[in-house]
Design a protein around this ligand. Structure first.
Ligand SMILES: *Cc1c(COP(=O)(O)O)cnc(C)c1O
Length: 388
């Protein structure tokens, strides 16, 4: 008779593989067995290429990493527990005391908070707004180690010339890092234009269903290996196998979702762009000719995140507009099924907004997968209520 303790704890013999599941397995394990100690020693010294402990590598996560590297036309990808986990790991790995970071245009707010916090480690930064990409050159310092940007930028959605940034930076041995979340790997391939690293928040389009938080960093082997060794291993922003599985599940429909969102965002913009209650729309689809040229050069489709300025400075009207929306909801994040609206003004931050060049009537809009006509009708009825 086997003892209950042994029955309950023995699992090794139950793990067999004589099937091929149609959906990838969630390898929900912290650690892995080795047949002999020799086998263990071989892998323990080269953790980046083996399964030792899920804080390093995990088979479910690795499937996701291989797919993302392929999609970005990069050599290697490391996945993290969040976009910020990826961003902080990159900064932690690549920067040393005395280094300077150049941040271009509006980037994700938490990334700015992070670099400003890193001043206590002797790292400085400048966040600059540029009219044209060439202007970057004026702001590069002797100790600039890294140029960090989004294209298009958050909030104002202005595109930059990736190849120009890369050539300016390469001359001075500066790393170039783009947060590519807006376009997803489907619509923009920054590595092919000479950018060193692409970062994604998987929480947005790649996950695609507002049910996971994750991040990814993609680039050449030597850089991603460095980031694995230091940023990923030491900071420990490890994704769970289940969240990797959710992201893989999201990936399967990413191209069809992006195709629909590209179509929907253009339909919605076309329908509202002449409405005089909207002062301005921020999105590459309605940019000036130089923005249109950059779109042609770098984007094969449009992300569906944009912003509008209402034609009023009246907070009451702004409130009435967002509170009257029914198809579009109020909430942070984006990239899922649901259309979302988020005003930049909170009733007390107009100075901060002015510093960032934003109007108090600035509202971020995420066009989701509802029928575009339903979204248009919703925006129109909310405008009617706001401006009645
Ligand atoms: C959401 C977001 C991030 C941060 O990603 P998390 O997964 O939320 O940590 C970074 N950049 C952009 C552009 C984002 O939208």
């Amino acid at each position: 008779m086997k003892r209950p303790e042994d029955i309950c704890s023995e699992i090794k013999k139950e793990i067999f593989k004589d099937y091929i599941p149609m959906s990838p397995e969630i390898v929900q394990t912290s650690s892995f067995y080795y047949p002999t100690y020799d086998d263990f020693i071989k892998v323990a010294d080269d953790e980046k290429n083996h399964y030792v402990y899920t804080r390093g590598n995990n088979p479910t996560t690795e499937i996701l990493e291989k797919k993302l590297a392929q999609l970005e036309c990069g050599e290697k990808c490391k996945v993290f527990s969040s976009g910020m986990g990826g961003i902080s790991s990159v900064f932690f790995t690549l920067l040393s005391r005395g280094d300077h970071i150049l941040m271009i245009n509006t980037v994700y707010g938490e990334a700015v908070s992070l670099v400003s916090y890193m001043e206590k480690f002797g790292i400085t930064y400048d966040r600059i707004d540029v009219e044209t990409t060439q202007d970057i050159e004026w702001h590069i310092k002797e100790n600039t180690k890294l140029i960090y940007f989004e294209s298009p930028s958050s909030q104002k959605f202005e595109l930059l010339d990736l190849e120009l940034i890369s050539s300016i930076a390469k001359k001075k041995n500066i790393y170039t890092i783009i947060d590519g979340t807006w376009a997803s790997p489907i619509f923009q391939k920054p590595l092919q234009h000479g950018i060193d690293l692409v970062i994604h928040s998987l929480s947005k389009y790649i996950g695609g269903h507002s049910d996971l938080v994750g991040g990814a960093v993609i680039g050449d082997n030597y850089l991603v290996d460095e980031i694995f060794e230091h940023g990923h291993q030491s900071l420990g922003a490890t994704i769970s196998p289940f969240n990797s599985w959710l992201a893989l599940r999201g990936l399967r429909t990413l191209p069809v979702r992006m195709k629909q969102l590209d179509e929907s965002v253009r339909i919605v913009i076309d329908a509202i762009k002449d409405d005089e209650r909207i002062a301005k729309i921020f999105h590459p689809y309605c940019g000036d000719t130089s923005q249109k040229d950059l779109s042609k050069q770098y984007l094969s489709g449009y992300g569906s995140l944009l912003a509008i300025d209402l034609a009023t400075q009246n907070f009451e009207k702004l409130l009435r507009f967002v509170n009257s929306l029914e198809v579009v909801s109020i909430g942070v994040s984006w990239g899922g099924f649901e259309s979302l609206a988020l005003p930049a003004f909170k009733g007390n931050n107009s100075e901060k907004l002015a510093e960032r060049g934003l109007s108090p009537s600035h509202i971020r809009l995420y066009i989701g997968l509802e029928h575009p006509e339903s979204i248009i009708n919703d925006i129109r009825q909310a405008l009617d209520q706001a401006f009645e």
